[in-house]
Design a protein around this ligand. Structure first.
Ligand SMILES: Nc1nc2c(c(=O)[nH]1)N[C@H]1C(S)=C(S)[C@@H](COP(=O)(O)O)O[C@H]1N2
Ligand SMILES: [Mo]
Length: 426
């Protein structure tokens, strides 16, 4: 929550600095930026445009003809959605708290680049450094720095987006994920704070923008938005962000950002930039399409310029059960699942097997932890054959319980309502 308030204030500062000609916005939709600027209350915002580079950078796209991952995507573990692969929750039934890398979901704007760690380097540069020319870190340089290990989820902001359509009747644009655009891993790497300090981050730095080495992202309308990049407020970058080179005890796999990715625990997945090649540390606020056009909430319930850029994920629950799975009547079954929240620990989970008429507590099988999910189970003995809906709802340590509906937003981010999971009793 405090993160969110921080981003609201930071966003206002960014806009004011933009108006004063002190910010840069590359590849950002002009109309949207004008709306955002108008929301500061300033008149004549167009004047600021003269100072801003208007067009997206247009590096030549090097995307492969067919989008793809390096790892295989067997049907029993994944649902392929365009350039992305969603984990099937039933494939996590026999796994521990951490998701095996082979079964971890993949969200690629283009396709996985294959990068050699020994010729890779990370350039940290920008006006927010004592040495604006910047500093290069090789892979070996990073491995020599003190390491940290964190256990955390990566979850796409659009996870569960399809339920805006199927449960709430308001389709949203974007990949129609069910609940499987989330995974848990043990990440090892160096603190971004340590790297920024070595690079000489100054007190007047405001934004830190990691950028991926994957190909330029070209929208369906043909607009080239450049390489995936999204600024983080410097306060966040100096807090709990990790430059990760290991996942679950092995080298970071190609599809998850080899050799090094950013890991921002509990924040929207887009913050965790994969295949990071450079990090701009800026004394001026930065805008990219990923903190303006995307990853804000737009719609009836939100201001015309959208909400502040998204930060933490919401609370969700999922059964480790296939869609339409059959259960024998007159037998006792153990239903299992997982619940998580980006804003606190999950403290309790309730389950309903009668479509939401009655609820009973599930048994938590993990001790609740920040930045991770809890596994849970509940017994169920259905008596009569027929269609049923299984529901699970979690409450987190801030006292937030999953609602029945999520307020709609155009891009379908941050769904948090209780999901109705169809099964049949036979
Ligand atoms: N360079 C780069 N980083 C990226 C992306 C990308 O396409 N390119 N996708 C982002 C999004 S939207 C998500 S949800 C996470 C997904 O991480 P994963 O593929 O390791 O599961 O990576 C983020 N980092
Ligand atoms: Mo995402």
């Amino acid at each position: 929550m405090s993160d969110h308030i921080g981003e609201v204030a930071h966003d206002r500062l960014r806009r004011e600095q933009f108006l004063a000609g002190e910010a840069r916005a590359e590849g950002v939709d002009r109309r949207l930026l004008l709306r955002m600027l108008a929301a500061t209350g300033a008149v004549g915002a167009t004047g600021a445009w003269a100072a801003a580079p208007a067009a997206a950078e247009s590096r030549s796209a090097t995307a492969a003809a067919t989008a793809g991952t390096v790892k295989p995507l067997p049907e029993e573990w994944f649902t392929v959605r365009g350039t992305n692969a969603e984990t099937r929750f039933e494939a996590l039934r026999d796994t521990g708290r951490h998701t095996p890398v082979e079964r971890f979901f993949v969200r690629n704007h283009t396709s996985t680049p294959v990068i050699d760690k020994d010729s890779w380097s990370l350039r940290v540069w920008g006006s927010g450094l004592g040495r604006p020319d910047g500093t290069e870190f090789s892979y070996a340089d990073l491995r020599r720095l003190p390491s940290v290990t964190v256990s955390a989820l990566v979850e796409c902001a659009g996870n569960a987006r399809s339920y805006f359509d199927t449960q709430q009747g308001r389709p949203a644009s974007g990949t129609a994920w069910t609940l499987g655009a989330v995974g848990s891993a043990r990440w090892r790497g160096v603190r971004l704070a340590d790297v920024l300090r070595l690079a000489g981050v100054r007190r007047d730095a405001v934004d830190v923008q990691p950028r991926g080495l994957d190909a330029d992202y070209v929208t369906d309308d043909g607009a080239n938005l450049g390489r995936v990049r999204r600024p983080l407020p410097v306060e966040k970058a100096l807090d709990d962000v990790v430059l990760a080179y290991e996942m679950n005890g092995g080298p970071l796999p190609a599809d998850h950002g080899h050799p090094v990715r950013v890991l921002v625990p509990s924040w929207v997945g887009i913050a965790s930039v994969k295949w990071v090649g450079d990090i701009e540390v800026s004394a001026e606020p930065l805008y990219s399409p990923w903190n303006t056009d995307f990853y804000r909430l737009f719609g009836d319930a939100y201001p015309p310029e959208g909400s502040a850029p998204l930060t933490r994920q919401t609370v969700k629950s999922a059964f480790e059960v296939a869609q339409g799975q059959e259960f024998a009547a007159g037998r006792t079954h153990v239903l299992t699942g997982r619940s998580w929240s980006g804003r606190g620990r999950v403290t309790s989970v309730e389950v309903s097997t009668d479509g939401g008429a009655s609820w009973r507590p599930a048994r938590l099988r993990d001790s609740p932890r920040q930045d991770n999910w809890v596994r849970w189970s509940a017994r169920w003995r259905p008596e009569r054959a027929g269609a049923r809906q299984l529901l699970a709802r979690a409450t987190d340590s801030r006292g937030v319980r999953q609602p029945e509906r999520t307020v709609a937003n155009e891009q379908g981010y941050l769904f948090d309502a209780v999901v109705r999971h169809p099964v049949s009793v036979v």
